[in-house]
Design a protein around this ligand. Structure first.
Ligand code: GLC
Length: 700
């Protein structure tokens, strides 16, 4: 298909039509599609998807295929752990596989565009959408973004890097709020995953709802046209978010819908999602000379080129497919759930012994098939879901398993069921207590000001702890929770996030010996008052780990020192980024470098000896961090630069080696250039962002 020739044949209305994405109500968009007045439909699958595609490619004048978009966020019929859980796997390859499976399932239902991956670096667990992202570290978010994009697009559905840009910094963790991001942080933290996505060949980008320094992203020409399209070289299409074009009126940035359409098109938005300002006003604005036809043609070209790169002109219904074997999909869902679960505590409790004769399974999330899937699961095949209760009952055969929910649901304060739960615990050899958040306590527009256990769950935990029985607390949640009381009262704590269709079986496997592979992609706060708390922060002039100036005698404050901390809370998270236990123990020793100095275009090798000092084979995620000790601007106290997942037998030692490229240490310097600066650096290799041996090197 020659795109230029096609554009040359299109009427103005047909061109404007390509810039519109609408959600039909049943088949009410049939005539508009036949008239070539729609470029994309959203939330259409199955027979309706094929119906509309046939109207476009068989009955419209130019037979231009439709983009059929859907939020395939962490699976389609088979649901994988939420993206935050997938991030805990520290296994981008597994995430790529999951995305490819999701794409095949979605494409078999007519979907050829997913609004995923969400690449919003997020450091505020109050924000409901942390569930949809990959956490607080830009390097990790970038790796997963690439993995998902490759997974989706390898199976012929367009990926969408969203939300461009800075949505994760929504003030107060309140969705849709203003984001105040300093320019260097924007560049080094929030933009980094999008640079990686463009380099990975992502076909589409979605603008954010966010008011960024007074300019809504959807109308921000400096961001979209100049930075994303010109300087970053993005060649695909930019779609607005839902109504984010006309919401610029509410922002106070556009006077009316025509003005909103003008701002969006001028900024480089190529397709308007949901609202109709393009359809209603562009034709008149071109006739009136307010909008140059070149803008329309440029947007149409991008839309048509995405359709061409997806192969839709040749295969508008998608490639011939043999269905995905559900077992294959479920096997991968189970495996990824194993790797996503983070073991936070284990005091002689896990794995549960096969000698258990009676087990109490308690809590509102023990048999909550819908809730364990998490947010954004419109097309889930709920028959595939296996809960903790069903997983335990299947595995334990003749062992008696008593189930008591204890509470009607996670938010309930109805404690009437707690006495029955206590009775079940008293009769049992051990208790598996499944607590956390319903699926609808996270996700879009589901932010929480209090991020402890909802409802009466803490009281349920206290009551069960009072029985003195061994307790394994399994937590399902769409965000980091404040878990202090849970940690204190449980023998073991497993954070499973919302683990997806096979979550219950994967958790059962772990309770009886399969190793939990997860490491934290977000720091877990001690209290919501600490938020934002994240590992790659700046040192400040008075870091809390060094004593500040002497405090004058008689100072009323608690002598915590004049340093960056609280007088009523520890400054550190409860558990740091990268943290997670396994069923054995590891030591790190003898950190070495191939050289202690390298040129700004050089590289060096760093290695450490890792030993399994336990009596079980175990997996470890060996993590490499670097700190630039003195820069032309201040630098984070640590930054993750690489990691490797290894497996060691009991007593086995292995030297784990990394290649460190000086170019990986570049950042936005005092003159806003991406620069590698000479000077001294500290390098750690360890089990998480707060420990591990370190060594110094220089860049000349
Ligand atoms: C929503 C979300 C966006 C999603 C889109 C389509 O408002 O912000 O992430 O892809 O609308 O559902």
């Amino acid at each position: 298909m020659n795109i230029s020739e096609l554009i040359g044949e299109m009427t103005l209305r047909e061109k404007i039509g390509q810039l519109c994405q609408v959600q039909p109500n049943g088949r009410d968009q049939e005539h508009r599609v036949r008239d070539g007045m729609v470029g994309s439909l959203i939330n259409v699958t199955g027979d309706d998807a094929y119906f509309y595609q046939s109207q476009a490619v068989e009955h419209s004048r130019l037979k231009i295929p439709l983009l059929l978009g859907r939020d395939v966020i962490h699976g389609f019929n088979t649901i994988f752990p939420i993206p935050l859980g997938q991030a805990a796997s520290f296994d981008p390859r597994a995430v790529r596989t999951a995305a490819a499976i999701a794409a095949r399932e979605a494409n078999s239902a007519g979907v050829n565009w997913t609004f995923s991956p969400m690449l919003d670096v997020s450091r505020d667990p109050r924000w409901g959408r942390v569930a949809e992202g990959f956490g607080e570290d830009p390097y990790l978010v970038s790796l997963y973004g690439r993995a998902m994009i490759e997974g989706y697009q390898s199976e012929k559905i367009a990926a969408c890097a969203k939300h461009f840009v800075g949505y994760g910094a929504s003030e107060g963790g309140r969705d849709y709020s203003e984001a105040s991001i300093p320019p260097r942080q924007l560049h080094d933290v929030y933009l980094r995953p999008f640079r990686e996505a463009v380099d990975a060949g992502v076909l589409t980008v979605m603008s954010a709802f966010t008011d960024l320094d007074g300019v809504p992203c959807t109308g921000n020409a400096a961001l979209i046209r100049d930075l994303l399209k010109i300087r970053m070289g993005f060649g695909g299409l930019v779609v607005s978010d839902w109504n984010s074009v006309t919401e610029m009126i509410t922002h106070g940035f556009a006077g009316d819908e025509a003005n909103a359409a003008f701002h969006a098109l001028a900024a480089g938005i190529d397709m308007e999602m949901a609202s109709n300002s393009f359809l209603d006003h562009l034709e008149n604005m071109i006739a009136g000379g307010e909008v140059p036809l070149e803008w329309i043609d440029a947007a149409v070209r991008r839309v048509l080129e995405v359709k061409q790169r997806l192969g839709l002109f040749d295969e508008p219904y998608g490639p011939e497919r043999t269905g995905i074997a559900a077992n294959d999909a479920l096997f991968n869902a189970r495996s990824l759930a194993h790797k996503s679960c983070v073991l936070l505590k284990n005091e002689a409790t896990l794995p549960l012994g096969e000698g258990i004769r009676r087990l109490a399974v308690i809590g509102p999330l023990a048999d909550a098939a819908a809730d364990q899937l998490g947010c954004w699961v419109f097309d889930a095949d709920h028959n595939r879901t296996r809960t903790v209760l069903s997983g335990l009952r299947e595995r334990l055969g003749d062992v008696r398993v008593d189930y008591v929910a204890g509470l009607p649901h996670s938010r309930s304060n109805d404690e009437a069921g707690i006495p029955h739960a206590i009775e079940a615990a008293c009769r049992a050899d051990a208790v598996v207590l499944c607590l956390g958040e319903d699926a609808d306590l996270s996700g879009e527009a589901h932010c929480r000001a209090h991020i402890g256990l909802p409802g009466a769950q803490q009281r349920l935990l206290e009551a069960i702890a009072g029985t003195g029985k061994p307790i394994v607390t399994v937590l399902m949640a769409g965000r980091p929770l404040v878990l202090g009381p849970v940690i204190e009262r449980s023998g073991a704590v497993l954070l499973a996030w919302h683990p997806g269709s096979m979550g219950g079986v994967a958790i059962t496997d772990i309770l009886f010996g399969e190793e939990p592979g997860g490491r934290l992609p977000m720091s877990l706060p001690r209290s919501v008052g600490q938020v934002p708390v994240y590992y790659n922060h700046k040192n400040t002039g008075r870091p809390p780990d060094q004593k500040g100036p002497a405090i004058p005698a008689g100072t009323p404050l608690d002598p915590s020192g004049f340093v960056a901390t609280y007088i009523d809370e520890d400054h550190r998270p409860l558990f740091p980024f990268g943290y997670g236990l396994s069923y054995t123990d590891f030591t790190y020793s003898d950190i070495l470098l191939s050289t202690d100095r390298m040129p700004a275009d050089g590289q060096l090798k760093a290695s450490v000896l890792v030993t399994n000092t336990g009596n079980k084979t175990g997996n470890e995620v060996v993590q490499l961090y670097v700190r630039d000790l003195v820069g032309s601007v201040t630098r984070p106290v640590r930054e993750l630069k690489d990691f490797q997942r290894i497996s060691l037998a009991p007593g086995e030692s292995r030297r784990v080696e990394f290649e460190v490229e000086a170019s990986d240490l570049a950042f936005c310097d005092i003159r806003f250039r991406q620069a590698v600066e000479p000077g001294e650096y500290r390098l750690w290799i360890g089990p998480n962002s707060a420990s591990g041996p370190d060594i110094l090197f220089r860049i000349e």
